[in-house]
Design a protein around this ligand. Structure first.
Ligand code: SF4
Length: 402
């Protein structure tokens, strides 16, 4: 499919919007009230440090709502204001944050139901308004909504669109896109729909496996089983790994994406020689600035003497999970929570250890003075961070045995 031509015709149709509707002043006021926090602003103003009783907070110098998320949420609010009576849908969570998604539900924005793992668009009618979230939607979904004559409000972050352009460039020159990402993440599902031949690798270990296959060959069936659900239809590792372009989910660990790119480049140089590398390898840097800044700030924070780290963000938020990985690598006890409700009753916390299900840990806040590192993912409002801090302050100030 010529995805570029489809996007051009969609953008030219009268039913497609990706800019606001002129209600930004009203909407900004609402967003301030719902998502900002004066406590967090004060902590920023005081050099990202705060002391209250026994607790010293060290806040990462880049955290929370990124530009792309703010833009997507504002556009969704503007959509509600602009279409007060129309039925409004969203194809997925707008961002990976439960409180923001709940707020949209309260504004009668409906989420496309998912039945047995498959989205059910049967209720969506001509004339309905459909919002595409910050991490985009697949080209097939856009096509379906366009065919059904829906009004589409596209909040896809421009950084995500940049990755789509990269894989379209690979497709144009018949290169296979190696996408560093999670095959079942909405953004990567959307990105792969714009690619031609593609393979999704989760991490450096999977990339190494592919590179070993490129150099030494291997069992084709084992390869396909290892990457089940993570490649384009008809993908053949014996044919489709000769010319490669690297792309990524915007929220992966930046260092890992770079290592993966270099690994493929070195591998193809070994196989085809340095003078042939441009005929076999392409790479564009598509890690977004916000992800990079939050990861860099986290690397600085974990260099400090912290007793423990609280990472706040949706459990399905890829960039939040990567922030937690950084704390774990440094051996700092870390708790990933998605909001203040996970704390308590008493000195307990319900949290999600990396790659595990939720667990409850008792006596998580030690007694006496405590230095706490705090960060939050790109889809977490300041207000959620403030609520977590208030709860921790109250807990440490209470007569509970903490
Ligand atoms: S994390 Fe990056 S790609 Fe994702 S919405 Fe924010 S700015 Fe856009």
């Amino acid at each position: 499919m010529d995805t570029r031509a489809f996007k051009r015709s969609l953008h030219d149709s009268g039913n497609y919007h990706r800019k606001g509707f002129g209600h930004s002043e009203d909407v900004n006021q609402k967003l301030q009230g719902e998502y900002q926090s004066s406590l967090i602003q004060q902590i920023r103003d005081r050099g990202y440090t705060w002391q209250e009783g026994d607790v010293t907070i060290r806040l990462a110098e880049a955290f929370g709502f990124c530009w792309g998320v703010e833009r997507a949420v504002a556009l969704a609010y503007e959509t509600r204001q602009h279409f007060p009576t129309e039925r409004i849908w969203i194809t997925n969570e707008i961002i990976h944050n439960p409180s923001v998604n709940q707020q949209l539900r309260q504004m009668q924005v409906e989420f496309i139901p998912v039945i047995n793992g498959i989205k059910d668009f049967s209720e969506v009618q001509s004339g309905d308004v459909v919002i595409l979230p910050a991490f985009g939607a697949s080209v097939q979904e856009m096509q379906l909504l366009n065919d059904r004559r829906c009004t589409i409000v596209d909040t896809t972050c421009p950084w995500v669109s940049k990755v789509w352009h990269s894989v379209e460039k690979h497709k144009k020159v018949e290169f296979t896109s190696i996408i560093h990402g999670k095959y079942n993440h909405e953004e990567t599902i959307a990105t792969s729909s714009f690619a031609g031949t593609y393979l999704i690798v989760l991490n450096l270990e999977q990339a190494q496996y592919v590179c070993d296959y490129i150099l030494q060959g291997g069992d084709r069936q084992d390869f396909l089983a290892k990457f089940a659900n993570a490649h384009s239809d008809g993908f053949d590792p014996d044919v489709d790994l000769e010319r490669i372009g690297v792309a990524n989910q915007t929220t992966m660990l930046k260092g890992e994406t770079e290592q993966i790119g270099k690994l493929f480049e070195r591998t193809l140089i070994r196989k085809y020689g340095p003078d042939q590398i441009n005929a076999h390898f392409q790479s564009f840097n598509t890690i977004c600035d916000a992800t990079q800044e939050r990861q860099d700030a986290m690397f600085e924070l974990v260099d400090e003497a912290l007793d423990l780290m609280v990472v706040i963000g949706g459990y399905n938020s890829s960039n939040t999970t990567h922030l937690q990985e950084i704390a774990i690598e440094r051996g700092i006890p870390s708790y990933h929570i998605d909001g203040a409700d996970r704390i308590g009753p008493g000195n307990q916390v319900e949290h999600k250890p990396l790659n595990q299900s939720l667990i409850v840990t008792e006596d998580w806040l030690p007694p006496g003075p405590l230095t706490l590192g705090i960060t939050s993912g790109a889809s977490t409002p300041d207000k959620v961070v403030a609520d977590v801090l208030e709860k921790i302050f109250a807990l440490k100030a209470s007569p509970l045995p903490v």
